[in-house]
Design a protein around this ligand. Structure first.
Ligand code: PMP
Length: 436
């Protein structure tokens, strides 16, 4: 009997070792990590360069509280990160995870508004479905009822607009009119709420767990940027999943002309080696806050040297191995192969993604887009079948958690064509078994 508790579902095998894209349990069974954990292990497992950097840092110091010491590791990582951001986003605030990064972004936006005499601005518009984290502030902007419903009395539910799921609405995502149609829902919401009350809009550039690799339609991101600017609203990019090369560019938002005011990152930054996240803000937001006494926010472990040394080594590995480019090339191949599976299996109703953030969605009927009945628990059953074959993939229910199933296929960015073959073989065999 374990003293741990996470979820209701059963116990899992005990992890023994992990190297590159593979993991082994204590019985010696090998798994291909087709989801990088939860889209975390971007540079693969047990990367020797990262481990060496961590060992070196551990031998020097593992913790220095940020109010007592500057550390070389945090300075270097901040400089490196700022260099990877759009021009002007050069103020970095370290945290230990994605929810903390989101909280930090929301609080920075609010403190900036207060510091600049815009006290009326406090609402943060987000999308439904979306996932921005499990702390109460991050939940307030999360559009995913199964996770928010039990806690609504404890939080301020923020306004939501629909995520642009063109494939469900029968619209052409390559047509700019589609992008504008969905983006203009933001403007409509701003007008309903009262523009002077709206502080920020938070968005995942490519949807993650909640929508299953949802790529915005053409024109959407640019129009979102333009609407935010026109109404004096800050644009927060939640790059917790998309950042650090996952979509084939360093930031997911780098694919569009939609410069964020604030970027939040985590998963691929610590890459499974350390708990690490970062909130990176435009200098113009930070200056008035610092002028008025500083940011009223901070976590004990923020910027600790071990986490930062690992993060720096991860970013160096992404650069040295050209992993953004590899994610783009391998992702294109993977997407094409997933489309091949869609030809073969009627059950797959949609395939989508960017770089190595890819997904397919099960449908009961392709024409009507009807989902499979929730009672089938299809996404979990499929994941279990693949897992039994030694392939790890990640699944969720889409459509606000009530029905619809998607499977995310997001291996480490170091994958090669042979690994993609192996993933497709595992999916094919699991789909065949599932369809019986
Ligand atoms: N934002 C997004 C887009 C995420 O995918 C996640 C994690 N799935 C979070 C925030 C929260 O990150 P964490 O679990 O590290 O708190």
């Amino acid at each position: 009997m374990s003293n741990l508790f996470y979820q209701a579902h059963g116990r899992k095998p005990v992890l023994d070792q992990a190297r590159g894209v593979y993991m082994w349990d204590q019985d010696g069974k090998r798994y291909l990590d087709g989801s990088s954990g939860a889209m975390v292990c971007n540079v693969g497992h047990s990367n020797e360069t990262v481990l060496t950097a961590m060992r070196r840092q551990m031998e020097k110091s593992t913790f220095g509280y940020r109010l007592h010491f500057e550390t070389e590791a945090s300075e270097q990582l901040a400089t490196k990160l700022a260099g990877l951001m759009p021009e002007g986003l050069n103020k970095v605030f370290f945290v230990s995870g994605g929810s903390e990064a989101v909280e930090s972004g929301l609080k920075l936006a609010r403190q900036y508004a207060v510091a600049t005499g815009q006290d009326t601005r406090w609402k943060v518009i987000s999308r439904r479905p979306s996932y921005h984290g499990c702390s109460l502030g991050a939940l307030a902007v999360t559009g995913y009822s199964p996770l928010t419903a039990p806690f609504t009395p404890m939080m301020q539910e923020m306004p939501k607009i629909p995520a642009p799921r063109a494939y469900l609405d029968g619209l052409d995502a390559d047509d700019t009119a589609t992008g504008l149609y969905y983006a203009d829902m933001l403007e409509a919401k701003i007008l309903v709420e009262g523009p002077e009350s709206v502080l920020a809009f938070i968005v995942e550039p490519v949807g993650g767990a909640s929508t299953g690799a949802l790529v915005p339609p053409r024109g959407y991101m640019e129009r979102i940027r333009e609407i935010c600017t026109r109404h004096g609203i800050l644009l927060i990019m939640d790059e917790v999943m998309t950042g650090a090369g996952r979509t084939g560019k360093f930031l997911g938002s780098d694919h569009w002309q939609a410069r964020p005011d604030i970027v939040v990152m985590s998963k691929g930054l610590g890459a499974g080696y350390v708990p690490l996240g970062a909130m990176i803000a435009d200098e113009r937001l930070v200056t008035p806050i610092l002028d008025q006494g500083g940011f009223a926010h901070g976590f004990t472990y923020a910027g600790n040297p071990l986490a930062c040394a690992a993060g720096l080594a991860v970013l160096n590995e992404i650069e040295m191995q050209d992993l953004c480019a590899n994610a783009a090339v391998m992702g294109n191949g993977l997407l094409a192969r997933l489309n091949g599976l869609m030809q073969k299996y009627e059950l797959i109703g949609d395939v989508r993604g960017k770089g190595l953030l890819t997904a397919f969605e099960f449908m009961g009927d392709r024409d009507s887009k009807a989902p499979l009945p929730a009672s089938l628990n299809a996404h979990q059953r499929f994941v279990d079948l693949a897992y039994a074959r030694g392939l790890i993939v990640y699944s969720r229910r889409t459509r606000d958690g009530t029905h619809g199933d998607h499977i995310l296929v997001c291996p480490p960015l170091i994958v090669n064509a042979g690994h993609i073959d192996e993933i497709i073989e595992g999916l094919d065999a699991s789909l065949a078994q599932f369809s019986q």
